[in-house]
Design a protein around this ligand. Sequence first.
Ligand SMILES: [Zn+2]
Length: 464
Amino acid sequence: MKITFDGAAQTVTGSQHLISVNGSKILLDCGLYQGRRKEAYTRNRNFPFDINEINAVLVSHAHIDHIGNLPNLVKQGYRGPIYATHITTLLADVMLRDAGHIQEADVHFVNKIRQRHGEFPIEPLYTIQDATAVMPFFRKQEFGQSIEVAPGVRAQFVPAGHIFGSAAIVLDIEERGRKLRLWFSGDIGRPNLPIVPDPVLPSETDYLIMESTYGHKEHRDPDLAAKELCEVVKRTVERNGKVIIPSFSLGRTQDLVYYLHEMMERGDIPRIPVFVDSPLAVNVTDVVRAHPEYFDEEAKAFMANTHSSPLQFPSLHYIRSVEESKALNERKDPMVILSASGMAETGRILHHLKNNIEDERNTIVIVSWQAPYTLGRRLAERERHVKIFGEVYTRRAEVATIGGFSAHAGRKMLLEYAAASRKTLKTIFLVHGERRSAEALQDGLREEHLGPVFYPGLYSTVEI
Ligand SMILES: [Zn+2]
């Protein structure tokens, strides 16, 4: 049997690995590669394998770098099953349609420029319609349910503790009388994240394809991060200001709502209005709220004690319409606004930043890693003057950066993850990590006498 690392190999996005076994081909994840526009467009459009040879696709979770190229796969002719957990299937519907919208809007913008230069227009990578066309191919699975996805290959999803519905994919393979287990970690989460059950560690696996995003560092405790957020909200309310948080729609927004709800229940912060102002975040939250049966024990206990959903409280408002979003500018009372995008590059957050950045009573809270050259990064670095919609604004608002909310395992947890299967483990393949973090993790794993450990290059193949 062979594994070909067709994406998220020596980088973090575009997760995609091809398993060839017993004459079948199984694709693990079909993520969107995110990078420079032209390179990303070419790479996402051209699959490095023959689509007609793929028998089954299995996806680990609903982040776009793990499912975001499915519309393109179906558009180019894939008609087989796409296996995912129940929740991932529901979230994929919401996430892929949004991604289709982004692709359309992006190409519209690019084509305007191309037209000015006398160049022919390009087509979007895929449209909302292409995204919708993926949904009939999904096959919902429950955690722990075992299913034959190809001759001699049984698959099951186990909780990954990363985002709601996220899973590791476990393949039990029988090939010419030989039996082996291959465990694909997907993105590994952390214990104690709100709502999401803790990750299940690998058991008795022979081969491990493992993410390595934070192989070089440890995160701060999420509870400490929540305490910091509490202090930030308190002091902003005291000076009658607004708390503005750029936040990713899937995962981080729900986590923050949960923490704010807890703080209000405990009486740690006043019951000020909280607005979730992002149509995507609202759609995602609708899916999460509708499925408390998948919540972790803490969230279930919280529901039982407060007789309410963790993601619903009287002063919390979910905003879809543009009018309601604009109306927030007229209000002068203290409030929290959570809005996308998470790096403040596009979306409604830009309006809230523009309207609030020059007022010293307000606080802008940065709650996740910000890519270089994004507005989020400029804010995190506390630049005095920033450009929003082409105009320069003087930042007078406080900026608070809070680390520790990450939904990815830190170094220690990654080492524990691999060590859990020490007795049977034959080889580890590190994916989904930049060189610095993957190599640091590789060293750590070797020190623990785990391995051999490989960091395979893009499009490389191994025979196992
Ligand atoms: Zn993820």
